[in-house]
Design a binder for this molecule. Structure first.
Ligand code: CA
Length: 230
């Protein structure tokens, strides 16, 4: 039995009912919302551990609501799984760019949804102070130190936060806008090219050790961290 709370945001009642039934039976404490306004109220009332968000809602798109929740420091850490009937690649990218942590495409199997819920919650549960390691690169949030082979790499605070975020989300690609939201904080207005400047500085700091190649540029998409290049 889990005491984990799942908020299901879905306007189609049969689907919502099915999810409540199945997730409830899987041991989750399920709350339902039929639209964006109800979802906001439910989140304010009892913070969920994960949100399953339908893309098409009557009052706001699930994508826009996700974007808003991910911009708000009070809610940005709540993992969101987007449910979409659109299988197109562009929409999938838009969903992830909006800040969704994962997505499932309708019609989906309950087994698949349950596996994804488990996975995003496991990632979210990672202790924020957990030491991050990629090859000989070690980032210790508690001491605010980055070392390669035991040699300290001097990083400015922004580069440190950027590296920490990327190491916490290996093998994912983040757009510049997404990195601004997640690393800088959504309330600040900064030009997207600022991200490039800090990525360049971070690479310069890691370069002498040959670790700059771990920061991957994905043309037209953004940046990612590839620990297997260490
Ligand atoms: Ca819908």
């Amino acid at each position: 039995m889990s005491d984990k709370r799942v908020l299901v945001v879905e306007d189609e009642e049969p689907i919502r009912e099915m999810m409540r039934f199945r997730l409830g039976r899987a041991g989750y404490d399920v709350t339902e919302a039929a639209n964006g306004a109800d979802a906001r109220a439910a989140i304010a009332d009892r913070r969920p551990d994960v949100i399953v968000m339908d893309w098409m809602l009557p009052d706001i798109s699930g994508l826009e609501l996700t974007r808003q929740l991910k911009r708000d420091p009070a809610t940005r850490e709540i993992p969101i799984i987007m449910v979409t009937a659109r299988a197109q690649e562009d929409d999938r990218v838009a969903g992830l760019e909006g800040g969704a942590d994962d997505y499932v495409v309708k019609p989906f199997s309950f087994r698949e949804l349950a596996a994804r819920i488990k996975a995003v919650m496991r990632r979210a549960a990672l202790d924020d102070d957990e030491v991050l390691v990629a090859g000989r690169l070690v980032l210790d949030p508690a001491s605010h130190r980055v070392t390669i082979d035991g040699v300290e790499v001097a990083l400015a605070p922004t580069e440190f936060r950027l590296l920490k975020f990327l190491m916490q989300h290996p093998d994912r690609v983040f757009s510049r806008a997404q990195l601004l939201d997640r690393v800088w904080g959504g309330n600040v207005y900064i030009e997207e090219r600022t991200v490039d400047v800090h990525v360049r500085r971070l690479r310069q700091a890691l370069g002498p050790h040959g670790y700059d190649k771990l920061i991957r540029t994905v043309r037209g998409a953004g940046y990612g961290f590839s620990p297997d290049r260490a």
